[in-house]
Design a protein around this ligand. Sequence first.
Ligand code: SAH
Ligand code: SF4
Length: 366
Amino acid sequence: MSQTLKPSLMDFTHKELEALITPKFRAKQIYGWLYNNFAADYDDMKNIPKSMKEELAEKYLVNPLKIAKKEESSDGTIKYLLELQDGKTMEAVWLKMKDEQKDESGNICQEAKYTICVSTQVGCKVGCTFCLTAKGGFTRDLSAGEIVAQVVTLKKDNDHKQSRKINIVYMGMGEPLDNLTNLTKAIEIFKEEDGLDIGGKRQTVSTSGLSSKIDKLGEMDLGVHIAISLHAVDDELRSELIPMNKAHNIQSIIDAVKRFPIDTRKRVMFEYLVIKNKNDDIGSAKKLVKLLTDIKAKVNLIYFNPYPGTDYDRPSRADMVAFQEYLVKHGLLCTIRDSKGIDISAACGQLKEKQDHLSGKIEGDI
Ligand code: SAH
Ligand code: SF4
């Protein structure tokens, strides 16, 4: 984080807060205000002495984010444009994964399930040719507190109690592994049992494939899932789509995945962005099956979401289904991602920090 920016209380683990705030019980109270009550500011912290709050306020923000704009889709997806203390903006998305279930008498027997898609950077350095985020270039890394605050802010805004389970996907703006230090700190803060209590298995880090960093994340053994944005089965096309594939080619990614500590009951997710006439043919499906032979993998096919100015096209539904059927027939688990929030451009690859971009409505049946 640049020196001019003030850290926030959400940059610290409970233990670190105890080192900063004495006596210990005050650190515990403040921790409770942050993660049980989702305090937005020091004014909310009723039982903390005024002098202590004034002292802390000089050094630390409480929640470093402000909601600048909120758009709700017809499917329950909510896209948030969040403003940082330096006026930069980025996005986080609230996704409804499952509706609540009621029994015969109309009582709720299963609560609705939600996932939060978080950003890790303002912009991105990787420069994928199909990605809208890449178009704006790279501005800066988010701090751990700015990553944590996205979840706190969205839970609070949706009145989602601390104790309710939530999943996190690091699939918003930015390349998570390019901000590894702050990412892993945020993962640890999320996992704290007396805080948000979001276990590693509820967190999925999506990466464009920085293989050396996949190894580093694996060595830390945080229990998180990884999703690999593969998108192509040969290095030539992959390097066209993801320029840094030249440095981290497909084989190096596959090797890193094989070394990654994975819960034996789980599978590694491979995201495959399907672009018309680029990688939507059965020949590619065949190569994909071969590539993933020795890996406990599942494949998530994603329709390319077009946006004004892109050279790529959305594949046909028929080609998508044929691709999926080929993979399934050859023993791979494969789903087609239903892009949530498409009517508000909250779907994958449509996150861009500028407010003026949010107007385009994209029609689609995915
Ligand atoms: N940087 C990370 C995570 C953020 S991108 C990564 O690349 O994995 C999240 C997902 O959206 C990635 O799988 C990415 O490839 C995909 N994506 C990017 N642009 C897209 C687009 N225009 N249409 C559909 N998916 C896209
Ligand atoms: Fe960055 Fe991911 Fe977009 Fe590539 S797809 S430019 S890695 S955010």
